[in-house]
Design a protein around this ligand. Structure first.
Ligand code: SF4
Length: 350
């Protein structure tokens, strides 16, 4: 089978079957860029609302370039991987300064922008500018490794690069964007992972090596991932009247610059929690458990136990680096990552 044989059946299938998605209606370079970054971490259905909200607040690249960081992080709250949106803002500033506010119609220049890898550069170049550049993500790697029965580890950069070269060689000159999207769409809706591939509905089933040999479940190949590190944490919900304490995370590292509930390494006993609160120069009156929660990042898992500690009332809005806020104040102002979603109800209105 020659790889170019997949082009025609895929394009015809895509025309008939493509989903009506908000970013496909007006695929400007900015729209494609925003949607692709969001889609790297979240399901299509969940992205739709984030996408609408983001563009309503920041309709153009210049708006993104000057958006205050707190507002930007708030718009991203729940999507995770906050560095991605911070890099988008860096790139937006560069686009304003270097290119007059327009993404340049040049793959290499797009690739050189902060936070943009070969996948996003390929998607923007091909979909928005009609340039013949591939966009190879996990979906595409899965589809192609099944069709070609490629048993190499798809997590290796060298394997991805070779697949990009092979696809670039067979992409149609006139419809590179539709071609890339047809592969992504096939991977998202038909050639899906976990033994669920719908081969009978696949437009390239007659060309697919894995289907012909009954080896679909063997592809793609991935080297075993490293185990995630487990971190135990105690989360304090320090209550002062109607207010709860939050603090800002450091400007660097995981979840940089976001807000969080004060927390400590390890699972503290109730007595240890009470002394920790006293060390903050607050007087604890009452403590109760606030439940356990788990959050999974790419390399770390947080296993959390929470406690509500009511303290003797203080008029001060601050105690050390703690800031007391009520549900009204928290709205739109203090981005709190979804790692703390089990405890956010204490400071967010229903
Ligand atoms: S025939 Fe099945 S395994 Fe092959 S590309 Fe289509 S859906 Fe994927």
């Amino acid at each position: 089978m020659k790889l170019e044989e997949i082009t025609e059946p895929l394009l015809s299938w895509y025309e008939e079957n493509k989903r009506d998605l908000p970013w496909r209606r007006e695929p400007t370079p900015y729209h494609v860029w925003v949607s692709e970054i969001m889609l790297q971490q979240t399901r299509v259905e969940a992205v739709k609302d984030y996408y609408r909200r983001f563009l309503a607040e920041l309709p153009g690249i210049r708006d993104l370039a000057v958006c205050p960081e707190n507002k930007l992080l708030k718009l991203w709250e729940g999507l995770g991987y906050y560095n991605r949106v911070k890099n988008m803002q860096k790139a937006a500033k560069e686009i304003v300064e270097e290119y007059g506010g327009n993404i340049p119609p040049d793959y290499e220049k797009i690739l050189a922008l902060p936070g943009i890898g070969s996948y996003t550069a390929g998607a923007v170049s091909s979909i928005a500018f009609g340039l013949k550049k591939p966009a190879v993500d996990g979906n595409v790697l899965r589809v192609i490794s099944r069709i070609t029965e490629n048993g190499e580890d798809i997590l290796k950069q060298s394997v991805k690069r070779r697949m990009e070269q092979e696809l670039e060689a067979v992409m149609p000159e006139d419809r590179p964007g539709a071609f890339n999207q047809s592969l992504m769409e096939l991977g998202a809706t038909v050639c899906i992972p976990n033994g669920m591939a719908k081969c009978d509905a696949c437009p390239v089933r007659h060309l697919c090596g894995a289907r012909a040999h009954g080896t679909v479940l063997d592809f793609p190949k991935k080297a075993a991932k490293k185990q995630r590190r487990i971190e135990e944490k105690t989360v304090l919900l320090i209550q002062n009247g109607q207010e709860y304490a939050i603090c800002k995370r450091p400007d660097k590292g995981l979840l940089a610059g976001l807000y969080e509930f004060p927390n400590m390494e390890g699972w503290l006993t109730q007595e240890e929690v009470l002394s920790a609160v006293e060390e903050l120069k607050l007087m604890p009156l009452h403590i109760r458990a606030a439940g356990e929660a788990k959050h999974i990042f790419s390399h770390v898992e947080w296993h959390m136990k929470g406690y509500v500690v009511k303290v003797a009332s203080t008029e001060e809005k601050k105690a050390g680096n703690l800031l007391f806020i009520n549900k009204k104040e928290s709205k739109g102002k203090y981005p709190i990552p979804s790692a703390f979603s089990a405890y956010r109800k204490y400071i967010e209105e229903d």
